[in-house]
Write a protein that binds this ligand. Structure first.
Ligand code: EPZ
Length: 433
């Protein structure tokens, strides 16, 4: 199994380009099931999650062709409604198959997704939304079966106790585009990834208005045609590199960082005294250093609020920022798996309910740490970049789910970081034993 070794203390400098957005590419790949015509999707990030989704599409009967350079052609001619458990259990986002299968086949039969380390991941809103569209949904033997014979548009309020649902919105939109009549989807997720999915569906012939806002109006059409569409840049990856620039006291330009997609994050950067400048079309330049940062109070919320997917990474910066910062998780209240590992590096963080109270320490010290999930892995690497000495991050496969060549991109900015086989770890560092 791979590990990443980081020797911290080097300020990062230079320019980096982010890849396509994981959380846009997954529903967009699923959306190709809505037509039997060829769809070309460009800027698909080379991640383990997108490889799983392409494999799932093939298992559903679609033909996929790698056009090179991140472009894929998917032709979902004759597809089936059933999805096997062994693929769904590897990637929760496969629940995004429900909408397109119901829209195209009027039926879906997928394995029920399992648990997740970042916290409770229910899908009650997905099912409630499908029922509002006239579907009969049954859960039996760990499978979700949907009969969409009477699929038709309706008014749906899709908000839950934590607000909107991203993949829930994707599913309902993808079922509604081919339903009879009009659907008004209230409390829709406003994440840029959902707006990108809607624009792709419109390019396929769907009739959607209110894109990017909390009320989507979808007028069902008979059928959809193919498209040639690009996945937008990954705002979470962009935010992670901006944080890498600050936590190392560097000067980094991130190409693909779109200001409008990162409003809440950039306002927190401003609040803590970091300079973020436009660096040409779709690029941002960040300069700053932890010692000159001020503490902040972050509360994660659905977009346009502060994204939960950047909470762990920002917490790593706060661990070396003077003063006391508060980070409250309103989306996944238990999403603090990174805290225990940051403490191993000397961070002073207390958890009170859904809030992390982060007190600054003079510096972090390198240590062997264990990644637990995708964004926690990134946070540990950021901490390693700032720490004194050597940090070994194990279970780095988590990182491969959402970051394309993270170590190589950071090395290109001057980080002393290397991906190695875990046999290279010093004996007392390997915690897998
Ligand atoms: C998407 O997950 C992202 N994944 C997550 O990114 C992201 O953290 C999350 O949105 C929130 O922004 C993909 O897009 C593939 P939700 P999703 O449904 O859609 C509750 C990453 O690191 N909820 O918006 O599964 C839920 O418990 C991953 O890239 C219900 O109560 O999240 C949570 O508290 C991690 N009932 C909140 O809503 C439901 O039916 C938001 O969940 C669905 C969700």
């Amino acid at each position: 199994m791979d590990v990443v070794r980081i020797r911290g203390g080097r300020p990062l400098a230079g320019e980096i380009t982010v890849s396509g957005a994981k959380n846009a590419s997954l529903p967009m790949l699923a959306a190709t099931l809505l037509t039997g015509e060829p769809c070309v999707l460009r800027n698909v990030p080379a991640l383990s999650d997108t490889r799983y989704m392409l494999e799932i599409l093939r298992r559903q009967g679609a033909k996929t062709r790698d056009l090179g350079g991140g472009a894929w052609e998917i032709t979902a001619g004759d597809i089936r409604a059933e999805t096997p458990y062994e693929l769904v259990r590897k990637m929760r986002a496969s629940i995004c198959l429900l909408g397109p299968l119901v829209g195209r086949l009027r039926a879906a039969d997928i394995a029920q997704p399992g648990g997740c380390v970042i916290g409770d991941r229910p899908f009650d809103l997905h099912l409630a939304g499908l029922r509002r569209l006239g579907c009969v949904v049954t859960q039996k033997g760990g499978r979700l079966s949907v009969d969409g014979a009477r699929l038709r548009g309706d008014y749906i309020f899709l908000g839950g106790r934590h607000g909107s649902t991203v993949t829930g919105t994707a599913n309902i939109v993808m079922a509604a585009v081919l339903a009879k009549g009009e659907t008004r989807l209230d409390c829709a997720a406003c994440e840029p990834e959902i707006a990108a999915l809607c624009r792709m569906l419109v390019a396929m012939g769907a009739d959607i208005s209110g894109i990017g806002g909390p009320m989507l109006t979808i007028r069902g059409v008979e059928k959809l045609h193919g498209c040639d569409f690009a996945v937008p840049p990954d705002r979470i990856e962009a935010g992670t590199y901006l944080l890498a620039g600050v936590i190392t006291g560097g000067d980094v330009t991130v190409r693909g960082a779109i200001r409008e997609h990162l409003g809440a994050v950039l306002s927190k950067f401003e609040e803590c005294g970091v300079t973020v400048d436009d660096a040409g079309e779709g690029a941002l330049r960040v300069r700053g250093e932890p010692a000159r940062c001020s503490p902040v109070d972050i509360v994660t919320m659905p977009h346009p609020g502060f994204p939960t997917d950047l909470q762990a990474q920002f917490s790593a910066l706060m661990a070396v920022t003077p003063g006391i910062s508060l980070v409250t998780e309103r989306i996944y209240p238990n999403r603090f798996m990174h805290v225990q590992e940051l403490r191993r590096m000397g961070a002073d963080i207390a958890i009170e309910g859904a809030t992390a109270i982060i007190k600054d320490v003079r510096h972090l010290s390198g240590a062997p740490v264990m990644a637990s999930d995708l964004r926690a892995s990134a946070a540990l690497i950021l901490a390693g970049l700032a720490a004194r000495g050597e940090t070994w991050v194990q279970r780095i496969y988590h990182l491969d789910r959402g970051y394309v060549e993270f170590d190589k991109k950071l090395a290109a900015l001057g980080a002393d970081i290397e991906r190695l086989d875990d046999s290279a770890m010093p004996g007392d560092c390997n915690r897998e034993e």
